[in-house]
Design a protein around this ligand. Sequence first.
Ligand SMILES: *[C@@H]1O[C@H](CO)[C@@H](O)[C@H](O)[C@H]1NC(C)=O
Ligand SMILES: *[C@@H]1O[C@H](CO)[C@@H](O)[C@H](O)[C@H]1NC(C)=O
Ligand SMILES: *[C@@H]1O[C@H](CO)[C@@H](O)[C@H](O)[C@H]1NC(C)=O
Length: 973
Amino acid sequence: MLTRSVAAIVALCSLTHAQSSTERIIPTLSPQVAAAPSLTPSVYDPTAPNAQQCPGYKASNVAESSGGFTADLTIAGPHCQAFGNDIDALTLEVQYQTKQRLNVKIYPKYLAATNYTRYILSPSLVLAPAWDGQTTANSSDLRLTWTNDPTFQFKITRSSSGEEIFSTYGHVIVFEDQFIELVTNMVDDYNVYGLAENIHDWRLGNNFTQTFYAVDAGNTVDGNVYGTYPWYQETRYGNGSANTTAHGVYARNAHGQEWLLRDSTITYRTIGGSFDLYFLSGENGDGSSSALTTISQFISGCVGNPAMQMYWTFGFNQCRWGYQNISVMQSIVDGYRDANIPLEGVWNDIDIYSLYRDFTNDPNTFPVDEMRAFVAELHANGQHYVPIVDSNTYAPNPDNASDAYAPFERAAALGTFIRDPTTGDFYYGDNWPGFSSWADWLVESSQAWWTSELMAWHDDTPFDGIWIDLSEPSSFCAGSCGNGRLNENPVHPPFLLPNDPLQANYQYPEGFNISNATEAASVSAASASQASILSTTTLLPVPTTTTQGRTNPTPGVRNLNFPPYVLNSVLAGHSLVKGSVAPNATHNDPSNTTEYELHNLFGYSISNATYNALLSVFPGKRPFTIGRSTFAGSGRTTAHWGGDNTSTWGSMFLSISQALTFMMSGLPMFGADTCGFSGNTDNDLCSRWMELSAFFPFYRNHNVKATISQEAFRWSSVAEASRRAISIRYSLLTYMYTLFYYAHTEGATVMRALAWEFPEDATLSGAYAQFMLGPSLLITPVLIPNVDTVQGVFPGIGEGTNWYDWYTLQPVTAQPHENVTLSAPLEHINVHIRGGSILPLQTPGNTTAATRSNPYSLVIALDESGEASGSLYLDDGESLIPNATKLVQFAYASGHLTTTVSGSYQAPPPLANITVAGAPCLPKNMSLTVAGQQRPAHNLGLEYNAGVLHVSGIHEHTRSGAWEGEMEMMFHY
Ligand SMILES: *[C@@H]1O[C@H](CO)[C@@H](O)[C@H](O)[C@H]1NC(C)=O
Ligand SMILES: *[C@@H]1O[C@H](CO)[C@@H](O)[C@H](O)[C@H]1NC(C)=O
Ligand SMILES: *[C@@H]1O[C@H](CO)[C@@H](O)[C@H](O)[C@H]1NC(C)=O
């Protein structure tokens, strides 16, 4: 749900008082900064110091340690005070942690020094990969070499080939209390991916700055957004004589930071903490290396495998800000049912709450009794319900007894809120409900409080999962602005809401003026008229920035709110004080850690706490929680949606690269707000987006308040596109679920870049207009308006790979690297099956539960040598630790299909039929063996047409469940 971009925040005071739908007054929340200096972020500031002129360090006292060595690093000249106080003495720790992973740590030697603070990220907050107890320099894939000439520099090479994958040679290490920097040399035109979260091309390019500072400002292209994943994967293509290589680098540090991708270097800077670098060889054990192996080394080895999700969470969800009461919710459920479009879950945004306060129900619009009945009926129909929970906790007006808010009182009694360092009282920022506080997740009792609030609310509103929003955490004012002002609560947000006067939204997707010329003309006129009224109205800008010029380092002092290094954060003035809980806000742990250190971890922490709470709400079940701000490792507990995108074709396109970076970051339960969140969508965009998102793991249509409705049943073509795409998705649920099983157990990816699956093809290095779902399906979506064709490539053609159309099972004929034009009518999305795949399918039902109990079928898509393989994972779809599972492996060669079954989970549906694509002709006859018993073949149907062989009637032989016995099927030619 949106908070208005700060630039757009205007208050029309007189108008608001007269006409706003609420009585609440828009407050002035921070002193207005008259003519605030326009602050240049350090990365673009020509007057900013060049930290590479700092003296660097000399290494000495090298000593062997477990799996590596340590050394002292001593500053090699006078302090440069570039963006902080230089730290004279450092410790270097090099550890060959596993064969594939090398760790380099650099941190202050005297951790107890009192005249500067330092922060080492605790392994209890963020996993710290450790030594396996056996690897040494001699057994590692990687080598570290270093020199003191002229100052300490190091490089990482491959033991096998000497390939240099990281090198600070030619650059100094900078280590100050508010700034650390190192620079690595890069090959020309390098291919680097990752550094999620960004809204950017998938291949990051050689002229890009990634800023990490969690912010609530919409999906700013190329700017900092919600999540922090400080890791990249690099691919180097071979050139005939050499193979493609891949490796990765993870920098475990949660501070505000920047990665400067430039022509021949990458510069890594943070505003605190330590260097904690993990180099991943990407090697497969035979000297080769690959992106997919690197990615699983990052996920499994560094941050932990993602959570297994409940089966139902792969269904289609509908949400909106603006579902103002239960009957509107019911009409949405009915609308989907009447249009025969499967709907798995309905969601509420902040409309459900009384005065925007978490864990409440508006007594007029979402009364508890009706809410219970509404959700009970959803459950009876196999459907689900997920509400929002905002990250702030409303601080009630102390002068007004009727304003009491029990969740706040209970947390306050435990002292579990973040504090304002200037008063020692709780920190009171501002958010939807008014002046509010934020839980301090470093305090142990915060968890118990959060758990009991969620459990109590579940009694009133029996949700199936929890959506955590505003977890940057977002605050609408500068600093602890509610201090001493709680008696003004509840204050209105300091901006107009989407349905306030003069706030009509006239934004439509690109191409709307062509497809809907008449409507576009009237929209344009209305928009001009609103703009003209606005231009003659006196606007009182709500102060939005608290800016200050770049500060100079003061010896012995850290400036938390205005650090000397100015991050290029997208908020006006690049302020860290506005828009979120301020950096100097203080936690209650023994060392009074500040938000300066923990800012990027708030969303990670609240999502972890929500996961833990849901373990109590649903004992033994897999928690489903979806969060906006996340950090490396969040995938272990939470899902993520792509944030406040827009109803534009560009936003839809960029959702694919955003998804791919999350797949490689260990958070595969990802999806974007389908049809677009901000602005109005249209028939064309919404049809294409419903089709595209059907192949993302998380699938939700969501919309802002006060724009046109965009449920899939609102237009006949969107409805038809959705029915078709959802029916493909639901038939593939077992395939998607099996991909999640491999993600959960091996750190595998779910959606995949073409480049990952076809690593030798350099032409795919930047491709993301097409993507794969697992190893077997190629998706070619339409990403531009008003067309009925789409172009796509078919990788591997000419080199042993073949492809089949999903719908016809006919092989694709194309030349290597040919950009093939495919027919793509509005209701059709191109899906192709890679030869060599065996896909287990189920007849799609109206819910995931209905689908789960429908018969199975197999599609066997033969490769050029007539072979194929695949697998299927099964369990009860919800237990945290299932008491039974089953893994079925399929193999097909020389007309012979075999299954290998392990595990005891029983799936009742039978196997109805098998289809072979790429079959040479009709076999003379066939034989079938199930559980070691030869079955009579006479009641099996066998048909052949144009390369497609179809066997029906198998359900007679698999009545006790498709996978209860191992099966062999042989075609005799
Ligand atoms: C690099 O990016 C900056 C900032 O976006 C831009 O101003 C500049 O033109 C780009 N340089 C090149 C060579 O593309
Ligand atoms: C490329 O990889 C293949 C298969 O791993 C290997 O046989 C071959 O020797 C490699 N080529 C080079 C130049 O490393
Ligand atoms: C503490 O600060 C003083 C003065 O700024 C400096 O000379 C000294 O080296 C610092 N001590 C440490 C341990 O950094």
